[in-house]
Design a protein around this ligand. Sequence first.
Ligand SMILES: NC(=O)c1ccc[n+]([C@@H]2O[C@H](COP(=O)([O-])OP(=O)(O)OC[C@H]3O[C@@H](n4cnc5c(N)ncnc54)[C@H](OP(=O)(O)O)[C@@H]3O)[C@@H](O)[C@H]2O)c1
Length: 341
Amino acid sequence: MAAAVNRQVLLRRRPSGAPTPADFEITESPIPEAREGEILCRTIYLSLDPYMRGRMNEGRSYAASVELGQVMVGGTVSQVIESKSPAFAKGDFVVGYDGWQAYAVSKGAGVRKLDPAQAPISTALGVLGMPGMTAYVGLLDIGQPKPGETVVVSAASGAVGSVVGQIARIKGCRAVGVAGSSEKCDYVVKELGFDACVNYKSQELLPALKEACPRGVDVYFDNVGGPVLAVVLRLLNQNARIPLCGLISQYNATELPPGPNLGPILVNRALIKGFIVSDQMDRAGAFRADCARWVREGALKYREDVVEGLDAAPGALIGLLAGKNFGKLLVRVSSDRTRGA
Ligand SMILES: NC(=O)c1ccc[n+]([C@@H]2O[C@H](COP(=O)([O-])OP(=O)(O)OC[C@H]3O[C@@H](n4cnc5c(N)ncnc54)[C@H](OP(=O)(O)O)[C@@H]3O)[C@@H](O)[C@H]2O)c1
């Protein structure tokens, strides 16, 4: 039976630098009612992702900011608890974009049904969802990895990076990660099968990466920017490719950091290309077919970092921006009865 109220997390004020709990406000309001053509959903999992930091800022980016006083945006896996839409039935599990709230009404635009028998429903927010697809299109379409080449990826234990390195291995490449702790590096090598992983917090990056990449770097999948990018540029091979996926090292910055020296891009005729996964939806079918198969076959592993309850979401997003998460960060907003959790 539904609880009597809808719990929501709103953006209370715009952070300066790293967000703090005071930038968020947790409120309760009546559960909305579904009108003709609409569905009412109970949120089971909320995805927490680095892009949310950008949505808290004022000003133009590739997507609109969250307004002050509005519910924080975010991908969700939910169950339909009331349907006045012919497209959905009560009980359906769906992936959508309901944001940081326990219940939401929608017309079902952009909402996709999930089959819990095919894969755990939470994977629709991670390895078989937006982060997985980011890895797939960025690596395969821009990185164009060829057997025998070396692929380096930063934030290697995370939702995107972990998939990048494993697909690189599937494609016959040497996969080298960069991550922020020895536990993360151990996991990337021992569990995910990367060839090597460098801890950028405890190792001197240039010599460590040189040793991990004896034949240089053909593809650098960049999730972080900053000093890691500056070092990897020095190891590029001719005609290297750099899918520029994210710049998490500067999401909390109050001033723009100095850029890296781009000389190696010119000298090595390298390609650097930014991309936003939502522009690549024509690749969703191929992504889901390949990655769901690889997960089933055990060639593509994933790790989830699940925090309990919506009230934990602000602290967990703050932690993600400081490297505290280990795996795809999710909030369990209500019980996942498909897993008995
Ligand atoms: N272009 C697109 O369409 C698209 C789509 C999805 C995601 N992205 C980007 O992909 C990147 C990874 O996202 P994700 O969802 O997979 O997150 P994630 O890797 O699961 O979590 C973020 C990780 O980033 C690392 N990090 C945090 N602060 C850092 C810093 N100052 N310097 C270096 N690393 C730092 C931390 O790992 P360590 O402990 O290893 O440092 C942290 O655990 C982000 O930049 C995100 O914005 C882009």
